[in-house]
Design a binder for this molecule. Structure first.
Ligand code: PLP
Length: 369
């Protein structure tokens, strides 16, 4: 099936990027391992194209409502975005964005005079003020790891009015919850490594472009820079994408049960989860239609947070999210994490296990503190 127009996202995730349905065709796009192709066709060489990349890009593009392009990591995809603007561009970015993206902006500032304006993405007026005269805006919503929620419809319109190139990092929300291109963003960025691949076995990134001309520019640039994805990674990510909705819905349902229980436990000083009715991002997340599967909990200090992470058995201390497995970590253990993130903040990436098993493990760890 080629056309996906009019289908629900759950169906698109299943049917997009499949081989043509002719007798004896494989149901799934096979993994193509090729450095070169017989001359005379569209592909020619392994750095220019690969059928397995294309299948993944088609499916992700259809889900986000644009044109997909895969990169070897989420950070490589962000690097490709930075190449779209001048080396001394003015970039608006969330103060609590993924630390790797912020680190890259700092590096570009040192090497090329790029200037970054850090904003609280939840403060719509402050973001709009920062957009004036800017070349590029990176928005994350919810942010990693503070879970602040932006008013995306308003900010997409404001960026468009001012001619600011807008890229939305949709890693946390996923297209299950929000489709920024439909709101007017120019580009969507994914750390495919997380929810889309979904099984903690792939590092991969992607951009999805609203405009085909921009897709062509980026695709040409990818050929030249050689920043290309691996076919195996695309194959695994496409396999993961088929079950994206099931996984995200289940993990979100688990998070929705766990967050209120954490919020009333005396060991937890503060819980950020957009699904909590008291959370500052609740109304915006509710309008979006999904609360996500990441919870951030603040403990009294770093030592208490570390003790909590060590005390869990089922929840694994690890630095990723979006896998089927529940994981947690104290974010400030990374020197690059923003100093405005509390030392005792633990980011909890909720998986798809039975929720009462997850809670029993958390409750025992909390009670041991
Ligand atoms: N964006 C967000 C929100 C992330 O959390 C991450 C990684 O944690 C990235 C981008 C970078 O992605 P990758 O690790 O695939 O390079």
């Amino acid at each position: 099936m080629n056309g996906t127009q009019g289908l629900h996202p759950q169906t698109i995730a299943v049917v997009a990027g499949r081989p043509e349905q002719v007798p004896d065709a494989p149901m799934n796009t096979p993994l193509t391992l090729a450095s070169t192709y017989v001359a005379g066709g569209d592909l020619e060489y392994g750095r220019y194209g690969n059928p397995t990349w294309q299948a993944f890009e088609t499916a992700l593009g259809a889900l986000e409502g644009g044109h997909g392009l895969a990169y070897p990591s989420g950070l490589a995809a962000f690097g490709a975005v930075l190449e779209l603007v001048r080396p001394d561009a003015i970039v608006v970015a969330p103060r609590h964005a993924y630390l790797g993206s912020l680190g890259r902006l700092v590096q570009e500032g040192t090497r090329h005079d790029l200037m970054t304006r850090l904003v609280d993405v939840a403060d719509t007026e402050a973001v709009i003020a920062a957009l004036d005269g800017a070349d590029l805006a990176l928005l994350e919503s919810p942010t990693n790891p503070a879970l602040e929620v932006a008013d995306l419809p308003t900010l997409c319109a404001a960026a468009r009015e001012r001619g600011v190139l807008l890229v939305v990092d949709n890693t946390f929300a996923t297209p299950v919850a929000q489709r920024p291109l439909g709101l007017g963003a120019d580009l969507v960025l994914h750390s495919v490594t997380k929810f889309i691949a979904g099984h903690s076995d792939v590092v991969l990134g992607a951009l999805v472009c609203a405009d085909h001309g921009m897709w062509q520019r980026l695709e040409q640039r990818r050929r030249i820079t050689g920043v290309i994805p691996g076919p195996m990674e695309c194959w695994l990510a496409l396999r993961g994408l088929r079950t994206l909705h099931l996984r995200v819905e289940r993990a979100t349902a688990n998070a929705t049960v766990l967050a209120p229980r954490l919020a009333v436990h005396p060991a937890c000083r503060r819980v950020r989860y957009p699904g909590l009715p008291t959370d500052p991002g609740h109304a915006r997340a509710a309008a979006m239609g999904s609360f996500g599967a990441v919870i951030s909990v603040e403990f009294a200090d770093a030592a208490t947070a570390d003790a909590f992470c060590t005390a869990t058995r089922l929840w694994v201390t690890a630095t990723s999210l979006g896998g089927v497995e529940s994981m947690l970590e104290r974010r400030r253990r990374w020197p690059g994490e923003s100093p405005t993130i509390a030392e005792g903040l633990v980011r909890m990436a909720v998986g798809i296990e039975a929720v009462e098993d997850l809670w029993a493990d958390l409750a025992a760890a909390l009670d041991s503190l």
